[in-house]
Design a protein around this ligand. Structure first.
Ligand code: PLP
Length: 379
């Protein structure tokens, strides 16, 4: 058991009823017809939450498995794949495309703002010869939220399949997979759903399955082959044994979400309050625009280091925030307010701790962050 307050952009906190739901004797998930029914029912409930009739699948593996499975299943050697890039995860899709023999073509835009739909449209007018496109809903290291509901339909107009990573976006920001025309939608258990790490959720359109069936070359993976999962229910067969306890926890966490109609409003309110508070304190938000409701990212003030700030928060206040990695390493600090952590008590604790630590390290606050949060988010 950890003894700090975990306010990171994944993994996130887990409610007790989810922990309890996992602690069961699960039976034989390969042989028990009831498990197949339970799995199908749970996946259908999840698809319904995302407003799509497309089937969903729960894969045993962390979110990255979903990203890889989408690329493994869709990419054939030589395929051109459009990689929408305004952040580290966005750009990262190029690696998966390359691993499976594809040729990634990057469409890179300002990392401080969401991808502009008009810019994508202008790009596609010149070149739209792509097998599929990848994009990220919330690019977690910067917290930028892309308008997938505007971007994906543009790609589909050009006949390009869409792969969307909403691992850290969904459950904190609305996703309507039908209106967005998403072909493969990816989620992860440990972000705003507030489950332990270990499952990735993959929702697949008929267009995407048709593309997989039409391949000239076999999918170059066993574990990441989405086509192998498609008919599990008819065949009463999974390609590998499903982690039943994880899926029971997932089902409970999903019910927690469904029992809270105001879940998006809660995330929006808390996120806006945190941003206002940080700005009032004189801190500088990384983004100009396009803030996700699941994470807030601010720059490390000049003269201070992320390591000093993060370790003082942990040592003196038992608050765990996160730095970032890749091109953002040491440049920013991230406050996760996703799922169970998106609440006033935790945000007040984080802001109180920052209000203590930053001045001690030499940064003079411009205003009262805690009071600002109270006025902004708790009226
Ligand atoms: C968390 C996350 C994943 C999964 O990646 P890890 O680095 O293994 O946590 C994938 N995509 C996004 C956008 C994420 O936030």
């Amino acid at each position: 058991m950890y003894d700090y307050n975990m306010l990171t952009p994944g993994p996130s906190k887990v409610r007790k009823n989810v922990l309890e739901a996992r602690a069961i004797q699960a039976g034989n998930s390969d042989l028990d017809p009831e498990f197949y029914d339970f799995y199908k029912r749970t996946c259908a409930k999840y698809s319904h939450f995302l407003n799509t009739a497309n089937p969903s699948f729960l894969l045993s593996g962390e979110g990255i498995l979903g990203l890889e499975a989408a690329c493994a299943s869709l990419t054939e050697p030589g395929d051109r794949v459009l990689v929408l890039d305004n952040g580290i995860f966005g750009r990262g899709f190029a690696d998966f495309v390359r691993i499976y023999g594809g040729e990634p073509v990057l469409f890179s835009t300002d990392p401080h703002a969401p991808i502009a739909p008009e810019a994508l449209r202008a790009f596609l007018k010149k070149d739209a010869d792509f097998r599929y496109a990848t994009l990220v809903h919330c690019d977690t290291p910067s917290g930028v939220l892309n308008d997938i509901h505007a971007l994906c339909p543009i790609l589909k107009e050009y006949g390009i399949l869409t792969v969307v990573d909403s691992v850290s976006g969904m459950f904190g920001n609305p996703v309507d997979a039908r209106h967005a025309k998403i072909d493969i939608l990816l989620g992860g258990s440990q972000k705003a759903l507030s489950c332990p790490t270990g499952l990735t959720m993959v929702t697949v359109s008929q267009d995407a399955f048709r593309r997989m069936e039409a391949r000239k070359t076999p999918i170059a993976s066993f574990y990441a082959n989405l086509l192998a999962l498609r008919d599990y229910y008819e065949k009463q067969w999974f390609p590998y044994t499903m982690p039943a306890c994880d899926i029971h926890g997932f089902a409970r966490a999903l019910d927690n979400v469904l029992e809270e109609p105001g879940i998006f409003a809660r995330h929006a309110r808390v996120a806006a309050g945190v941003r206002e508070a940080l700005v009032a304190g004189g801190l500088s938000l990384y983004l100009k625009d396009g803030f996700s409701n699941t994470v807030t990212v601010f720059r490390v003030p000049q003269g201070l280091t992320d390591t000093d700030i993060l370790s003082a928060l942990l040592r003196d206040h038992k608050i765990l925030l996160a730095g970032a990695f890749d091109v953002l390493a040491h440049k920013v600090i991230r406050i996760g307010h996703m799922g169970e952590a998106a609440n006033d008590e935790d945000m007040l604790a984080a802001l109180t701790a920052l209000s203590d630590v930053l001045p001690k390290l030499g940064f003079a606050l411009k205003g009262d962050m805690v009071q600002t949060y109270r006025y902004s988010a708790m009226r």
